[in-house]
Design a protein around this ligand. Structure first.
Ligand SMILES: [Zn+2]
Length: 308
């Protein structure tokens, strides 16, 4: 009896970029699996915080697509003055992702199993920063946008950022599977007609081509976004196979990546004077610096001379 062949392993921990030239649209699909576990395993977050970070990481991977030619860094930071979550930071650089959340555990316990965005952040703000590398220049180019954290999800807030601050009709959707081990997302954007040479103000939110793309984007089920057996290219085909042309713009592998090491820690401590450092040392003469992204601790001598 012939055994049923298993479906080909789909590519996870990846992002694919695409465009729909005839519809003046572009987009990106992302899926995080093992890389998400890898990032979350550095923390012992309660489920609602782990899900929040998973959503933020998928969004960060979607936004990272906007860096020119994959260079530079994208940082997403959400903060509040008196929310359950005090700070959430994620960044993306060359396919590497990292993130962490600072929150009040007691207040989180009072917020229930599925706290709303408002319950988590209260009156919060989201800052999205693009640090572009400028070829041939030492200094990069920085662009930052800040929006209030409003709507039902972080994805809603990011979508509003593009629509209101940037005048770019956009659709951002992110889903997390029930166990919190897989995150998937889709970003669709309408390109101003001709893309260049025309004023952006001509972009209309009710553009018929954009309406068509947006409606197709809404047909993606959350279960499809987080199905590890459904490859991203297969999902793209499912969505847009009736379109005149779908141009694949490349695949980026995604992974956990942190830039912390002793050298970095020492360079940060070197910015403090010897007296200030003397106040930081413990009984063993060590300054213990921890990386909040990956929860590693770097013990450094107060004099900065010897690594432990
Ligand atoms: Zn680190």
């Amino acid at each position: 009896m012939a055994s049923q062949s298993a479906p080909a392993a789909a590519v996870n921990d990846a992002a694919i970029g695409f465009s729909l030239p005839a519809r003046h649209a572009r987009g990106r699909l992302v899926r995080l699996g093992p890389a998400l576990d890898d990032i979350l395993s550095a923390h012992a977050y309660p489920a609602p915080i782990a899900r929040l970070l998973a959503e933020a990481l998928a969004l960060t991977a979607l936004l990272g697509a906007m860096l020119k030619e994959g260079g530079g860094q994208l940082t997403m930071q959400a903060q509040t003055e008196a929310g359950v979550v005090d700070l959430l930071v994620c960044d993306y650089r060359g396919g590497e992702l990292r993130g962490y959340v600072r929150f009040d555990g007691d207040r989180l316990a009072e917020a229930g199993v599925l706290p709303s965005l408002f319950a988590l952040f209260g009156k919060g703000y989201l800052a999205i920063t693009f640090d572009q590398i400028v070829p041939g220049s030492e200094k990069g180019e920085r662009y930052q946008g800040i929006v209030p954290l409003e709507g039902d999800s972080l994805a809603d807030a990011v979508q509003h950022f593009f629509e209101q601050s940037e005048q770019i009709p956009s659709q951002m959707r992110v889903a997390i599977d029930a166990d919190g081990h897989v995150a998937g997302g889709i970003l669709l954007q309408h390109l101003p007609e001709g893309e260049e040479g025309r004023d952006r103000l001509h972009t209309r939110l009710d553009h018929p081509e954009w309406d068509h793309v947006r409606i197709l984007g809404e047909t993606v089920r959350e279960s499809e976004l987080v199905d590890p057996a459904l490859g991203l290219e297969d999902l793209l085909w499912r969505l847009f196979h009736e379109e005149e042309e779908v141009r694949l713009l490349g695949t980026t592998a995604l992974a956990k990546g942190c830039r912390c090491d002793f050298e970095h820690v020492r360079s940060v401590l070197a910015r403090f004077g010897p007296e200030e450092r003397a106040e930081m040392v413990d009984a063993q003469g060590l300054i213990n610096v921890d990386c909040e992204f990956c929860s590693k601790v770097f013990p450094v001598r107060g004099c900065l001379e010897n690594r432990i």
